[in-house]
Design a protein around this ligand. Structure first.
Ligand code: 3HC
Ligand code: NAI
Length: 709
């Protein structure tokens, strides 16, 4: 028996405990340990049945993902081989009852399916989230799950990857009993009930597999849906193929087919990219000069200044995490408008079934309003979200310095302004930090945490912890213009304008990128946020542009004629009352007129060039940010782009994607663009260096500490 699995006894029931912290993953030794324990129980005449349970916070969260990385990188040669071990568990001559708390995910749920009975705490989560890693269940899940819950539900669980609560799973047969109270005691009692009875084996069932006639339309609709919803991705279709195999082949043959499809997905670039993102997101909280043990400041109440788009969204984020919020604005009308928007957003969530009315009522009780700073004295943290102008921010921070208690964290949601300059207006710059949420704040997972020159380490550690509590992926960035995400986005949206000015239709630019995998095209994104926002930034910072840099002009003209995007129902596109976009027949004529005046030579631009110019503009700026140290790791940049900018996870983020293409190739292309389009395309020194030395962004380690200004 391995140390990872131990057996104890509750009189006539063997209790097999998996103890592989932190999440009881099926690392080498765990499946073998389970089998050895089951065999030991089988041989022990005093044992009638076994209970399989996880130690600590959870049952098994899946196969050990690190082992997959070893396989695909060639550092591990043999197969992970969980499937044959599970057959041994299923073939046990004494019943095995699995007792689930926390999570039973991926391989964890597959272990459970091979056991003879499944009991769980009502709030446990069970799921097949492999698609989030670009793979499919690989330990018999695509074969046993449809046998347990039917084809349609199995497709849903394996293609969407969203776990379900055990209480719900009990209603459709995946869980045999939800146990309130002590799980182990309940599982042992259940095991006694079933001991001595005929042992059910999932793999021998076929009652829920349906007939070919019933299944044909289900598979057709599922494939159709997967192609639309998961554009370009292979794993969802592979999962459907594997489940179809379960309905058409004997179990063993179905497992062979699952294995073939699993390998196809695992060795694909898509899965490598998604696994990279999985680990990159978990690497983000690790900050070299801020150890895990750094003390954090308790944040039990948050005050927000500004009840507009962002302030209101942030209030919802805090309330959803159970933190009381005090929302301030300058007058009652603004406050009422802010609260009205929050109520409308919550009502929409209730309508869509995301929240219950009771949940929303509780959240609304956590949000209080005020017109007075004097009420801020009790707040552990303040998040400022007033208009984006430096004089106003300075005034607000001076006021906050006056009213906030000692030890409170004072943060700004600014998207472009200098955190150090804001902090300098207070007597406590060490308490000041950027908390850059993305719009809509209650939806977008990304939070850039901006480190000022003087920000204290416990303040940073607290914000990093808080981001997780708020359900966000908090990424620590340095204080440069646009921080990381928007600094890279600026050349990206500028390049989109250049492409239009050289002859590409706006629709062609956006379509090339959405076909490639971006959630939205760059011009449609401009319309969504308001073209005037980027316009103001362009004007304000023009003096900082490189001499001789080409300036885009068409979008400025759109703004100057009042076409600001969705808010004016016209920008690059036109919009109906429901903000649905369509091509605007006025645009080609306008473009033609302006472009003729500019004498820029016009040409057909292939989609491939559009994608290269857009994505490599991100990569080139990302390389500068990495070299300058405003991002700690290439994976941090990738995390920012996947969580905040609609970059497809299956391409791994811009830096990972560049590594996948090969930096030499990317560098050659950037040099070519530099020759053709001038100074803005000057290759980043780090890109040149890594390309010429055959290295990657992923392996780039900075020697110096993170840059803060
Ligand atoms: N393998 C290896 N490491 C894992 C892991 C796994 N399956 N799941 C989590 N971890 C590690 C994380 O990398 C992290 O390590 P670190 O502390 O060194 O950074 C640590 O466990 C804690 O993870 P989280 O920070 O994510 O902890 P949370 O408490 O926030 O979340 C969780 C817990 C919901 C279980 C989340 O970790 C999760 O979603 N894990 C992945 C689940 C999954 O995708 N399972 C399927 C795996 S593939 C599979 O099973 C294939 C099979 O079909 C053969
Ligand atoms: P907004 O215009 O919707 O809201 C600003 C609110 O601040 C208004 O309700 C206004 O009445 C209030 N306000 C102004 N002065 C105030 C004061 N002295 N005291 C209290 N309240 C005051 O603006 P939005 O979009 O919410 O932006 C707020 C901040 O968030 C800006 O710094 C912006 O750059 C940043 N941001 C905006 C994003 C967006 O997409 N809208 C995304 C990320 C950050």
């Amino acid at each position: 028996m391995s140390d990872l699995v131990r057996v104890t006894k509750e009189q006539d029931i063997a209790v097999i405990t998996i103890d592989n912290p932190p999440v009881n993953a099926l690392s080498p030794g765990v499946p073998e340990g389970i089998v050895a324990a089951v065999e030991q129980a089988e041989k022990d005449p005093s044992v009638k049945a076994s209970v399989l349970i996880g130690a600590g916070k959870t049952f098994v969260a899946g196969a050990d993902i690190k082992e997959f990385v070893k396989l695909t990188s060639g550092t591990r040669g043999d197969d992970i081989g969980i499937l044959p071990l599970l057959l041994k568990v299923e073939d046990s001559r004494k019943p095995v009852v699995v007792a689930i708390h926390g999570n039973a995910l991926g391989g964890g749920l597959e272990v459970a399916q091979a056991c003879h009975y499944r009991v769980a705490t009502p709030d446990a989560k069970v799921g097949q989230p492999e698609v989030n890693l670009g793979i499919i269940p690989g330990a018999g899940g695509t074969q046993r799950l449809p046998r347990l819950i039917g084809v349609e539900r199995a497709i849903e669980m394996c293609t969407v990857g969203k776990p379900v609560r055990a209480a719900e799973a009990a209603q459709f047969g995946l869980i045999d009993r939800a146990i309130e109270g002590d799980l182990l005691a309940g599982a042992v009692a259940f095991a006694r009930e079933v001991a001595g009875k005929p042992i059910p084996k999932t793999r021998e069932r076929s009652d829920k597999l349906g007939t070919p006639e019933q299944n044909a339309p289900i598979f057709a609709a599922a494939r159709d849906n997967a192609r639309k919803k998961f554009r370009n991705q292979i794993c969802q279709l592979a999962a459907i193929d594997a489940i179809e195999a379960a309905t058409k082949m004997p179990f063993e043959k179905g497992c062979d087919e699952e294995r073939r499809l699993f390998d196809k997905c695992l060795y694909s670039d898509q899965s490598k990219a998604q696994i990279h993102i999985f680990f990159a997101e978990r690497e983000v909280p690790k900050i070299p000069d801020i150890p895990k043990e750094t003390p954090t400041i308790p944040v039990n109440s948050i005050a927000i200044v500004g009840a507009g788009t962002m302030g209101g969204g942030i209030a919802m984020v805090c309330a959803n995490a159970g933190i009381p919020v005090l929302l301030k604005d300058t007058d009652q009308t603004a406050l009422d408008r802010g609260i009205g928007t929050i109520q409308k957003n919550y009502a929409m969530s209730v309508k869509r079934g995301r929240f219950t009315q009771e949940y929303v009522d509780q959240r609304m009780k956590l949000i209080k309003t005020t017109l007075n700073y004097e009420d801020f004295g009790g707040a552990d943290m303040v998040i400022e979200a007033v208009f984006e102008t430096m004089p106003l921010k300075k005034q607000v921070f001076a006021d906050l310095d006056r009213v906030c208690k000692k030890g409170a964290i004072i943060s700004s949601n600014t998207s472009t302004l200098n955190i150090d300059e804001i902090a300098a207006t207070t007597s406590r710059p060490e308490a000041v930090i950027g908390m850059h949420f993305f719009s809509p704040a209650n939806v977008m997972r990304l939070l850039e945490i901006v480190r000022g020159r003087k920000t204290a380490k416990d303040v940073i550690a607290t914000c990093m912890h808080l981001s997780k509590k708020l359900g966000k992926v908090g990424v620590l960035v340095g204080n440069c213009r646009g921080f990381v995400g928007n600094r890279m986005f600026l050349p990206y949206i500028r390049e989109a304008q250049f492409l239009v000015e050289e002859g590409a239709a706006p629709e062609a630019v956006d379509k090339a990128l959405t076909d490639w995998g971006m959630a939205m095209g760059p011009l449609a994104v401009g319309d969504l946020g308001g073209l005037d926002v980027a316009y103001r930034i362009r004007k304000e910072y023009r003096h900082l542009e490189k001499p001789g840099a080409r300036q885009p002009f068409v979008e400025d003209r759109l703004v100057e004629m009042g076409r600001l995007g969705q808010k004016t129902a016209a920008g690059w596109y036109k919009y109906d009352a429901d903000r649905r976009a369509s091509s605007d027949p006025e645009i080609p004529a306008l473009l033609q007129k302006w472009i003729e005046e500019s004498r820029i030579p016009q040409r057909q631009i292939p989609a491939e060039e559009i994608v290269d110019r857009e994505v490599y503009s991100l990569v080139n700026e990302g390389a500068r940010i990495l070299e300058e140290g405003y991002a700690l790791r290439a994976g941090d940049i990738d995390t920012i782009y996947v969580n905040g900018y609609g970059f497809p996870a299956y391409r791994g983020g811009p830096m990972w994607y560049a590594d996948t293409v090969g930096l030499k190739k990317v560098y050659e292309r950037v040099k070519q663009f530099h020759q053709q389009h001038g100074v803005l395309w000057e290759p980043a020194p780090l890109l040149k260096e890594l390309a010429e030395s055959g290295k990657t962004f992923a392996n780039f380690q900075r020697v110096a500490a993170q840059a803060t200004d």
